[in-house]
Design a binder for this molecule. Structure first.
Ligand code: DX5
Ligand code: ZN
Length: 214
C-alpha cells in the first residue's frame, strides 16, 4: 500500500517543513486538498501555495481538486507543479475534456467519487485514467470517520479493471488510520490518503510504515 499524507492536517504556518517531515518519514506521495467553498463547504489552498511548497520534496504531488470547475484551473495547477490531478465526477466541467486537458499537460489524470456516487460513473473513462479516488468520507474536512461501507465500490472497481486488463490505481481518502486501513487493503486499494493519521501521530514514520504494511 502506498501512503499519501494529506497536507490538510499539517501546520499551515510551516508547510515546507511539514512536507520535508513526511518525505523523510517515508511517504510515497504528497496529497494536496484544494477546496473552493462552492463544491465543498470549506476553503483551503490554491496554486500559489502548491507552487511555494513544490521545491521542498521530489515526491509526486497528488492534487485533489474539490472545486466546481476543474477544467478552468488545470493549467494553473500544472504550472504549480502537480504530477497527478484528480477531480470529481460530480463537478460541473466536462469530464472527458478535463481528463484530456490534464493529459495534454503531461500529467496523470484521476477521477474522484463522493460517498453517494455509484462507482459505475467512472467506468466510461477508465481507459484514460491513471487513478480513481474513492472517497471514504464526505469531502470537505479532515478528521472524519472512515466509511467502511464504501469498500464494495473499491472491490467492484478492482474487478472491473482486472476484467478489462487496465492498470488503474485505486486510492481511498478519508478517515484512514492503522485501525481502518485493513478494510481498504482487503478491498483492493493501492494508495491511501491519511491526514490526521500521519500528521497528528506521535511518530509519523511509524504511522506511515503501519499503513504501508497493511
Ligand atoms: C477530505 C480530504 C481528505 C482529508 C483526509 O475532503 O479529501 O484528503 O484531508 O483527512 P483525514 O485522513 O484526517 O480523514
Ligand atoms: Zn483528499
Amino acid at each position: 500500500m502506498k501512503v499519501a499524507p494529506s497536507l490538510l492536517s499539517c501546520d499551515f504556518a510551516r508547510m515546507g517543513e511539514e512536507v520535508v517531515r513526511v518525505d523523510q518519514a517515508g511517504a510515497d506521495l504528497i496529497h494536496l486538498d484544494v477546496m473552493d467553498g462552492h463544491f465543498v463547504p470549506n476553503l483551503t489552498i490554491g496554486p500559489a501555495i502548491i507552487s511555494a511548497v513544490r521545491p521542498y520534496t521530489q515526491l509526486p504531488f497528488d492534487v485533489h481538486l474539490m472545486i466546481s470547475d476543474p477544467l478552468a484551473y488545470i493549467d494553473a495547477f500544472a504550472d504549480a507543479g502537480a504530477d497527478i490531478i484528480t477531480f470529481h465526477v460530480e463537478a460541473d466541467s466536462d469530464i472527458a475534456a478535463t481528463i484530456a486537458k490534464i493529459k495534454s499537460r503531461g500529467l496523470k489524470a484521476g477521477l474522484v467519487i463522493k460517498p453517494k456516487t455509484p462507482v459505475e460513473r467512472v467506468y466510461p473513462y477508465l481507459e484514460d485514467l491513471y487513478m480513481v479516488l474513492v472517497m471514504t468520507v464526505e469531502p470537505g474536512f479532515g478528521g472524519q470517520s472512515f466509511m467502511a461501507d464504501m469498500m464494495p465500490k473499491v472491490t467492484a472497481l478492482k474487478q472491473e479493471c482486472q476484467r478489462r486488463q487496465l492498470d488503474v490505481q485505486i486510492e481511498v481518502d478519508g478517515g484512514i488510520s492503522a485501525k481502518t486501513v485493513g478494510y481498504a487493503a482487503a478491498a483492493g486499494a493501492d494508495i491511501c490518503v491519511s491526514g490526521t493519521g500521519v500528521f497528528k501521530a506521535l511518530d509519523p514514520a511509524e504511522a506511515i510504515r503501519t499503513l504501508q504494511n497493511s
